[in-house]
Design a protein around this ligand. Structure first.
Ligand SMILES: [Zn+2]
Length: 418
C-alpha cells in the first residue's frame, strides 16, 4: 500500500499543495471564455454594420466568480465584490488585512480565457502527461489564480506579517480590461503610495516592468450593392478597401520605427477583413481590423490622427472614396518607472529568492497597463510559460503552480514599505 501511495504521489505533495492542484483542475472545468468581442460583433451586425455597442449585459466569468468567492470565504478570508459594470460582472477582492497603516501587496489574476473551440479534445495526448495540468486557462490565467489563493493562505500562517495582502481576481482581461478599470477607484482609496500590484501572468517568474499597449480599430469602406450578374451597376467596397490595406502596409506601418523602454517597439498588423452581403452581391461595405501595439509615450489620439491622415489622403486618388475609422478597444502600456521604490523592492525580494532575472520589456499587453496608467505601482510576474497560452494544447506544469505559491508568499512578506 505504501509503495502504491508513493507511486501515485512521487513528488510527495503536502496536503495544501494537493488541494491547490485539485482546485486548479476544478476551475479549469468551469468555462469562462471571454467572447465579448464576438457578441459585440453580432449585436453590431444586427444594429447596423458599423455601430459598436459598448457593453455586455452579463459576464461569462460569473460561474467561476461564484466558485472563487465561495472558496476564498471557506479559506477564512474577507471577500468584497468590486463592480465591473462594463463587463457585466464584478472583480473579487480577497484580503488579509494586518493593519490599516501597512503597505498592500496585491496579487492580481484574471478569470476569463480565450476561446476553447480550438482546444485539444479531452483524453488526447496531453491528458496523459504526468505532472501537467491541461485545458483552456491552465496557464493563462487559472494557474495563477490557484497559486495566488494558496499563497495568501500560506502568508497568513507566517509570523511576522510585514504587509497587508490581497488577491484581486478580475474579469475581462482578454478584451476590454473592464475588471481592472473598475477596480481603480477602490485601489486608489487604499493609498497610492502604500500599494504595489503584481500582475500574475505566465512569465516563468521573469519580472516584466514595461510592456506595450494595444489599440484596435476598424476601417470601413462603402460602395453600392448590386447583383453580381450585372457588376457595372454596383460599386465594390472591396475595391475601395484594397488601397487602404496597401496604404497601411506600405506607408503607415514601415514608419513605426521608434523604440520604447527595455526593447519594446510599436508593431501593427491588419488582422481581419470582412464584407457585407453574400457570394452573389457586389459588397457595399467592407471592414478591416487593425491591431496596433504601442509604446509608452504614444497615445490613442495621436495614433488615430496619423492613421486618419494616411487613409484620408486616398480621397485624392480613389474615386468616390467613402470610409470610416472606428476605435474598438484600447489598453494602455505598462510604463517602466525606474525610480518606483515599491517595484524596486519587489525586484530586490526576487533577488533574495534567487530569482535574479533581468527586468524585461515585452510587446504583449496585460491589465498592468491599466494600473500603470492610473499611476499605481505594478509589474507582471507569474508561473508558467506564455508560449503555452492561447494555444491548442494549453497546459501548466504542476511544479510551476506550486512554485508560484512560494514566490508569491515571499513577495507578500517582502520588505516593501517602511
Ligand atoms: Zn492572461
Amino acid at each position: 500500500m505504501r509503495a502504491e501511495m508513493k507511486r501515485l504521489n512521487p513528488r510527495g505533495h503536502s496536503k495544501d499543495q494537493k488541494e491547490c492542484l485539485a482546485f486548479l483542475r476544478q476551475i479549469i472545468k468551469i468555462r469562462s471564455v471571454n467572447d465579448r468581442l464576438n457578441l459585440l460583433e453580432k449585436k453590431a451586425a444586427s444594429a447596423g454594420y458599423s455601430k459598436t455597442p459598448e457593453k455586455h449585459e452579463k459576464a461569462m466569468e460569473l460561474p467561476l466568480a461564484v466558485v472563487l468567492e465561495k472558496k476564498a470565504k471557506a479559506m477564512g478570508f474577507t471577500v468584497r465584490r468590486i463592480p465591473a459594470p462594463k463587463a457585466g460582472g464584478y472583480s473579487l477582492w480577497v484580503e488579509h488585512r494586518v493593519k490599516n497603516s501597512k503597505t498592500w501587496v496585491v496579487l492580481n489574476a484574471h478569470m476569463d480565457t480565450v476561446s476553447d473551440s480550438a482546444m485539444e479534445l479531452p483524453g488526447g495526448k496531453l491528458a496523459r502527461k504526468k505532472h501537467w495540468v491541461c485545458g483552456r486557462g491552465a496557464v493563462d490565467d487559472k494557474g495563477s489564480i490557484a497559486s495566488v489563493l494558496w499563497a495568501l493562505k500560506a502568508y497568513r500562517a507566517e509570523k511576522p506579517q510585514r504587509n497587508n495582502a490581497a488577491a484581486l481576481l478580475v474579469p475581462d482581461e482578454e478584451f476590454g480590461h473592464e475588471g481592472a478599470r473598475g477596480s481603480i477607484r477602490f485601489l486608489k482609496s487604499l493609498g497610492r503610495k502604500r500599494l504595489v500590484i503584481i500582475v500574475a501572468e505566465p512569465t516563468s517568474f521573469e519580472p516584466v516592468v514595461a510592456h506595450n499597449g494595444v489599440i484596435r480599430w476598424r476601417v470601413h469602406t462603402f460602395g453600392k450593392a448590386w447583383h453580381s450578374s450585372d457588376p457595372k451597376k454596383g460599386r465594390s467596397a472591396i475595391t475601395s478597401m484594397l488601397p487602404v490595406v496597401e496604404a497601411l502596409e506600405k506607408k503607415y506601418i514601415p514608419g513605426l520605427r521608434n523604440e520604447g523602454q527595455l526593447g519594446t517597439r510599436p508593431v501593427c498588423s491588419v488582422t481581419q477583413i470582412k464584407t457585407s452581403n453574400s457570394d452573389n452581391v457586389i459588397p457595399d461595405q467592407c471592414t478591416v481590423t487593425v491591431d496596433r501595439r504601442y509604446i509608452a509615450g504614444e497615445n490613442e489620439r495621436g495614433i488615430l490622427r496619423d492613421v486618419g491622415r494616411v487613409v484620408g489622403k486616398l480621397k485624392k486618388t480613389v474615386p468616390r472614396f467613402k470610409y470610416q475609422i472606428k476605435l474598438v478597444s484600447n489598453v494602455p502600456p505598462l510604463k517602466h518607472r525606474p525610480g518606483d521604490a515599491r517595484v524596486k523592492a519587489v525586484l530586490e525580494a526576487l533577488g533574495k529568492m534567487g530569482i535574479r532575472k533581468k527586468p524585461r520589456g515585452k510587446n504583449y499587453a496585460t491589465d498592468g497597463g491599466v494600473f500603470s496608467e492610473a499611476g499605481l505601482s505594478s509589474l507582471v510576474l507569474g508561473p508558467g510559460d506564455i508560449k503555452k497560452a492561447h494555444t491548442r494544447d494549453e497546459y501548466i506544469e504542476e511544479e510551476q503552480v506550486l512554485r508560484g505559491i512560494e514566490v508569491f508568499k515571499n513577495l507578500l512578506g517582502a520588505k516593501i514599505g517602511k
